[in-house]
Design a protein around this ligand. Sequence first.
Ligand SMILES: [Zn+2]
Length: 293
Amino acid sequence: MAMTIDEKDQLEIKADEAVRQLSRMPARCPVEKCGETVFPSNLMMHMLDKHAHAYENTNSEIYDHMPLLLHFDPKHFEYNNCCMVTLCYGGVKNQPDSQPALSYLSLPNAGLINSQHKYDNFLPIMMMVCRTSWFSQIKDKQLKNELTSKNGNKAGIYVFWLVAPNTTRKLYYTLTAYDREYHSSRSVIRTVRDFTICQNPSDFMPDEDNYFLLRDSEILELMSIGRPSSNTDNNKKRGIPMELIIYENPLKPIVQEKDLYTKMPHTKGTVHRTVNGKVSLIKRPFSKTTTCM
Ligand SMILES: [Zn+2]
């Protein structure tokens, strides 16, 4: 049954109230080397000014259900919490009303200047990566040091997660790591984390599952497929491709644009594994729909 105008008004009032209730408390920037204190409504400005053009970063607009192809080279992210990707999430592409601050998902951004004003109502999202080890979660320092000295070289992991200012509704993402020939993949569905809460993987990993984890051995395995045949083969970059899809409604199908990714074969021999045995979804890349800025 269709909603009456009065019911629609009531829903809008409720949604508006939910946005007003969002915390405006500042927090430390999740990038460890930065550590500046940032207000949620200033995170877009801070992200664009300080982190969007950092070395090896990808900076891009991203839209609901539209895949973004990324490249992860582990040698660039060897220590601490680094920002691998800065994103301006604009809701559904070509539907300005769906922009996060206009669809009651988040607060509008403050302090943007000149051409940045087009992102006033977008949501800033940072894809973080941290190089750490399984042992970093052990609270007993002596045991941690002992294990690290004996087996440290076998316990290396990379943790990936997405952060943004707090939102009134959950924002989901599917993150997939592929080998260079797109024969095998590892994929998870997770939700974007609030940047004002703990951003230390050793502290948040035991209590929640909103991260994607790759062991050193898994990265080596993915990198070993389709390895360049000689040093002169410059067409293939070091590292592995990754695909990121952000969306509000997990039940809506991913946007498919058929003629893109045509060089990629279907996922024969896909590796179906999950992080800690939790929900996993294997997806073939559908489209290179968003280009990096
Ligand atoms: Zn920062």
